[in-house]
Design a protein around this ligand. Structure first.
Ligand SMILES: Nc1nc2c(ncn2[C@@H]2O[C@H](COP(=O)(O)OP(=O)(O)O)[C@@H](O)[C@H]2O)c(=O)[nH]1
Ligand SMILES: [Mg+2]
Length: 200
């Protein structure tokens, strides 16, 4: 876990990773909230990837992230902070690359789609093993059966110490609320002495 960089222009620079399975809305979320035109590495999905990249439930998806997404968003209140957002590619064949994307990050958002929740299990396991603070944000798609936070926690096998919230990846306010929750969560963990964490 990395401490944020010293303030630049009054705002603390914090690197954040947006991870989760294929098609859960990572690219959409970064595009919704970014103050700059996001850098995207989208490629058209072709029939050649049909066997590995299942589009079940996300049939409208026509492109996929092949390297990473990058966006930037900042606030002066409640905390002056500038977030550098790095979105991972979702497919298992790109998982090795996640270590590079996570280097120097202070926290992560694990984005999930309740219709295909298992697609985001790897992301939660990855940040848990890395010891990086993360929150789970459940992107609500139309037609998804309602699931309670308790059910979703049970599926992810996480307790109340991991913040969990619902969101709409297309909504700037909704994505900003998720990011603020992550920053608060990460700040709390950074303030907790490692020795105390070990004792818990
Ligand atoms: N209805 C709905 N569609 C969404 C939402 N978020 C993303 N999508 C759509 O779902 C598809 C997958 O989103 P994308 O951001 O590419 O997923 P990624 O693979 O995680 O980057 C795209 O066609 C989006 O337009 C959402 O909150 N609601
Ligand atoms: Mg993407």
């Amino acid at each position: 876990m990395t401490r944020p960089s010293p303030p630049a222009g009054g705002r603390m620079i914090v690197k954040v990773v947006i991870a989760g399975g294929f098609g859960v809305g990572k690219t959409t979320a970064i595009g919704a909230v970014s103050d700059i035109t996001p850098l995207r590495t989208e490629e058209l999905l072709t029939t050649r990837s049909a066997a590995t990249d299942s589009l079940h439930g996300i049939e409208e998806k026509s492109t996929t992230t092949v390297a990473f997404d990058f966006g930037r968003v900042g606030w002066d209140a409640p905390t002056p902070v500038e977030l550098y957002l790095f979105g991972t590619p979702g497919q298992p064949r790109f998982w090795d690359f996640w270590h590079d994307l996570a280097a120097g990050a202070s926290g992560a958002v694990v984005l999930a789609d309740t219709r295909r929740i298992a697609a985001s299990f790897h992301a939660a396991d990855f940040f848990e093993q890395l010891g990086m603070p993360f929150v789970i944000a459940v992107n609500r798609f139309p037609g998804a059966a309602p699931r309670s936070p308790a059910e979703i926690r049970e599926s992810f096998d996480v307790d109340d110490s991991v913040p969990l919230m619902f969101c709409d990846a297309r909504s700037p306010d909704s994505v900003a609320a998720v990011l603020l929750a992550l920053i608060q969560h990460a700040a709390l963990q950074l303030q907790t002495p490692p020795s105390l964490l070990d004792a818990l």
